[in-house]
Design a protein around this ligand. Structure first.
Ligand SMILES: Cc1cc2nc3c(=O)[nH]c(=O)nc-3n(C[C@H](O)[C@H](O)[C@H](O)COP(=O)(O)O)c2cc1C
Length: 216
């Protein structure tokens, strides 16, 4: 009996070791995947910031000049919003809000909504989404021009009733057989403009998140 305990113990230890190694490997792969997705998204945001506000319009490090906040009234489900600020000679040029439209057909649609200091839309881009290829993915700049239709619009142009897809009586096209996706984006852009109307100046004044405030 005593002789058999040795090999049994060794097998158990070996199994335990394999389990630990397997778990560590999976955790490592998971971590790498999460990091890679975050890096891809970061690159996408950097590229698109420059498409929304032309680089010659600002002279600050736009991607480094940001604040984050939450405001359930405009940006639901407790999400964190990032506001990148474009300035020229220290004066406000535009803000680009990164947030999610939460009611896409397949969940959240991450958007960049640029708003010029005169409260007009500078441009909108989709960062990530899970909408159906061929139906809802016309929101991507690479797939269609639809997203460019927001540029120059404001809360008063079109009038509030126009801030909807045509199916709902508004001015924005829906896609063939797909109204849910564009409806979610139109509503989200309108909410971003409403937020800016109430909080625009404060957004530009807020101290950047990524810098230490020094005591004066
Ligand atoms: C498999 C499947 C995937 C769909 N994907 C989308 C989508 O990504 N976006 C969307 O707006 N509608 C999508 N739809 C259609 C919606 O269910 C809904 O019918 C449509 O948005 C309503 O638009 P309509 O009134 O123009 O038909 C999908 C439907 C099916 C069956």
């Amino acid at each position: 009996m005593k002789a058999a305990a040795g090999p049994l113990w060794r097998s158990a230890a070996a199994l335990g070791l394999v389990a630990i190694l397997g778990t560590s490997l999976l955790t490592g792969i998971d971590r790498l995947t999460v990091d890679r997705i975050a890096e891809q998204e970061r690159r996408m945001v950097l590229e698109q910031l420059g498409q929304i506000v032309a680089p010659d319009r600002y002279d600050n490090a736009l991607h480094d000049d940001y604040v984050t906040f939450r405001d359930e009234r405009y940006f639901p489900q407790g999400q964190e919003v990032t506001a990148f600020r474009a300035r020229h000679d220290g004066r406000p040029v535009a803000v680009i809000l990164r947030f999610d439209a939460v009611d896409g057909y397949n969940g959240r649609i991450r958007l960049l909504v640029g708003i010029d200091s005169d409260s007009r839309v500078a441009g909108v881009r989709v960062v990530t989404h899970r909408e159906t290829p061929g139906l809802g993915d016309g929101i991507e700049r690479a797939k269609s021009d639809w997203i460019l239709g927001f540029t120059g619009k404001s809360l008063t142009s079109p009038a509030p009733s126009g801030w909807a897809v045509r199916r709902d009586g508004g001015e924005f096209d829906q896609f063939t057989g797909a109204t849910i996706t564009p409806r979610a984006v139109v509503e989200a852009v309108q909410r971003a403009l409403e937020y800016f109307e109430m909080n625009g100046p404060a957004l530009f004044d807020a101290f950047p998140d990524n810098r230490q405030e020094t005591a004066s």
